[in-house]
Ligand binder design. Structure first.
Ligand code: AMP
Length: 630
């Protein structure tokens, strides 16, 4: 592997000085960093952009240094010793260490780390994965592959969250400057935290972040403050939190600069709730009261301490809502929040489905896609916030983790291997390459080595390199790599399904119906197996139209294995199940009940989870079978 001939990387390249706080790993050392620190404390966006651009310019060398730091900090841990023995990390050059690490430490999945993480959860304080004891465990949403996973969470995790939010805010404010001291209507939610057997606190990564110092610092540094107090964010009842977010958002309506959530789903669900509760909310603003539906005492107290009677605002809002209701809430956001400059949230990947509804609510207001990350590590930032959503990419932040990329090559007509591996899909893999060696146009699976004790960890996301920002790749998110729909030789990914559902739902839109949400299942309980797609729809749509939607979807799967199998009937006709209103809300409630947070919720696009399937099947009110290929 070629070494990077660039200037020596210092600590200030690894972390912007204003975010260094206590972490010794991220401490500033150089005069340059101190100077950067002074400038940064003046709250200047250009400083954080300058720091980030510098890191991107030297991305290859920064990455080698990040790896050296991770390994130096965790030398002698049980996991690393197993593979690296007692290699003197300190004495090695960053490039040599990078080669050694990649040749000795194997690629791993969450299952490989699970026994180690379990021991940590059970109270083992020996250096298992990291030298510094892990205090917090994060729970991934589990909604992408149906299983929630614990991963270590450290101060570094909160610090990188702060950093990415600051970088993104700085780029956004170049295009959409916002006033100092403005308010943000943020649909954010903490989940319940729990204690593991060993006494560690476990919760979602967003929950840890919202209760961290960094969340407060972020508001100061980005000069914008969330409307809702901590008591609302952490009420642990998402319906009550949503009501309060909306109420406060309207109470401060004239000061709201933008509307945001982690994933776009949360904004859509909030406005669906608003359609039902707006009269009550306006009533609360008029009287300075609070609906009895808010039962969490500390949330009630906090809300009542903020909202005082404002009859004129309530009257104005009521008049606007009456008019909006007649227009099916089209353009509700700019109408009620006249100063809002944009809507900001993750809108890529499985969130694409909610864009039609989000655009409907947002009127002409720009939709800005937020950044790319996971419970395991933040990955990339949207440095071109004005680009249309179809072209959104994420510039990898080279300081956050050590990133590798497994090249994936699409294989045509590969039949399913008998010895199915963990990942059985249509891609052949090449050897992983470091960040500095990725190629534009190539698809990859991301591999992470994190400051929190995950080493060469396969994230399971598939991305394509769309270009470069300086020398760091800009990634476009494709989908979760895990194969989702397969009966025999067919293989369809989440992305394939998304396209097919889009085609089918166009017919629905033409018939004035709306697709609220969807999921799917490969039913192999009977021969021949077949795909089942579940739709929750809004509006009265004729059965004939739904039958056409079903046929259109079946005919739209382009996967060769599927087409061939359908033609010879080794896969049966696609089944479209229409589920009753509120079914996907029940699915959400099921996940929330298991400790997921609304902030991280993603509807699983394919499921074989028995609880979910039983909810879906009990709620099915109509079934259609495709006539394509008949
Ligand atoms: P979680 O399980 O909650 O940690 O979710 C992390 C996963 O959400 C990632 O691995 C991605 O699959 C997905 N994700 C996160 N950010 C984005 C994004 N900007 N675009 C598309 N998908 C994303």
């Amino acid at each position: 592997m070629p070494c990077h001939r660039v200037r020596k990387v210092t600590s200030s390249d690894i972390a912007p000085s204003l975010c260094t706080t206590e972490s010794h790993l991220l401490r500033m050392e150089t005069k340059a960093a101190a100077a950067a620190g002074r400038r940064a404390h003046e709250g200047c966006d250009s400083d954080i952009i300058g720091w980030f651009e510098d890191a991107c310019e030297n991305a290859g060398a920064v990455q080698a240094e990040v790896l050296r730091r991770i390994l130096a900090a965790n030398r002698g841990t049980e996991y690393l010793s197993r593979w690296l023995g007692d290699v003197e990390v300190e004495g090695m050059g960053a490039c040599a260490l990078e080669s050694l690490y990649r040749s000795r430490v194997p690629l791993a999945s969450h299952a490989d780390f699970e026994p180690f993480i379990q021991r940590i959860a059970d109270g083992d304080t020996s250096p298992v994965l990291t030298q510094e004891p892990v205090q917090l465990l994060s729970l991934s949403s589990g909604t992408t592959d149906g299983r929630q996973k614990y991963v270590p969470f450290t101060r570094h995790s909160s610090q990188t969250t702060l950093q990415i939010f600051r970088i993104a805010a700085a780029y956004r404010s170049r295009v959409y400057p916002i006033g100092e001291g403005g308010r943000i209507l943020e649909f954010i939610y903490s989940s319940k935290q729990s204690k593991t057997k060993g006494g560690l606190t476990a919760g979602t990564a967003t929950t840890h972040y919202y209760s961290s110092e960094e969340f407060k610092i972020k508001q100061e540094k980005t000069k914008s403050f969330t409307c809702s107090p901590e008591e609302v964010i952490s009420s642990c009842d998402y319906k009550q939190s949503t009501y309060c977010h909306l109420l406060l958002g309207l109470y401060f309506a004239d000061r709201i600069e933008f509307i945001t959530s982690t994933f776009a789903y949360s904004i859509v669900q909030a406005f669906r709730a608003f359609e039902d509760h707006w009269r009550e909310i306006c009533g609360d603003i008029r009287d300075g009261g609070l609906s009895p539906r808010i039962t969490v005492e500390r949330t009630r107290q906090a809300m009542l301490g903020i909202v005082s009677p404002n009859p004129s605002l309530a009257q104005r809002l009521e008049a606007a809502c009456e008019e909006l209701e007649r227009k099916d809430w089209c353009g509700v956001i700019p109408k009620l929040w006249p100063k809002a400059r944009y809507v900001y949230s993750i809108m890529t990947g499985s969130m694409q489905h909610y864009l039609t509804k989000l655009r409907h609510y947002a009127g002409g207001l720009p939709l800005v896609s937020a950044d790319y990350g996971s419970t395991e590590s933040w990955i990339g930032v949207n440095v071109d916030p004005s680009l249309p959503l179809e072209r959104v990419t994420f510039a990898v932040v080279p300081t956050f983790s050590y990133f590798e990329f497994i090249p994936l090559h699409r294989q045509k007509n590969r039949s399913r291997s008998k010895n199915s591996e963990a990942i059985d899909d249509d891609f052949a893999e090449d050897e992983p390459v470091p960040l500095s060696q990725v190629k534009v146009g190539q698809e990859y699976e991301i591999v992470l080595t994190t400051f929190t004790g995950l080493y060469r960890y396969r994230l399971g996301d598939m991305v394509e390199v769309a270009g470069f920002h300086k020398h760091t790749p800009k990634l476009s998110f494709i989908c979760r790599r895990k194969l989702i729909l397969t009966v025999n030789i067919d293989k369809n990914t989440e992305k394939d399904l998304q396209l097919v559902v889009e085609r089918g739902s166009q017919l629905l839109w033409k018939a004035m119906g709306e697709l609220v949400d969807f999921t799917s299942h490969a039913d192999i309980s009977k021969q021949p197996g077949h795909y089942v797609i579940y739709w929750e729809i809004k509006g009265e749509v004729e059965e004939k139209v739904l039958g056409e939607c079903c046929r259109e979807m079946d005919a739209s799967f382009e996967d060769h294995g599927y087409v061939v199998s359908r033609k010879c009937n080794s896969i049966g006709p696609l089944e479209l199940c229409i589920v009753e209103t509120g079914t996907f809300r029940k699915i959400l409630d099921h996940f929330i009940g298991n400790g997921a947070a609304l902030s991280q919720f993603k509807t699983p696009r394919c499921t074989s989870n028995q609880v979910l399937l039983s909810i879906l099947n009990v709620c099915t009110v109509k079934r259609f079978y495709s006539t394509a290929y008949s």
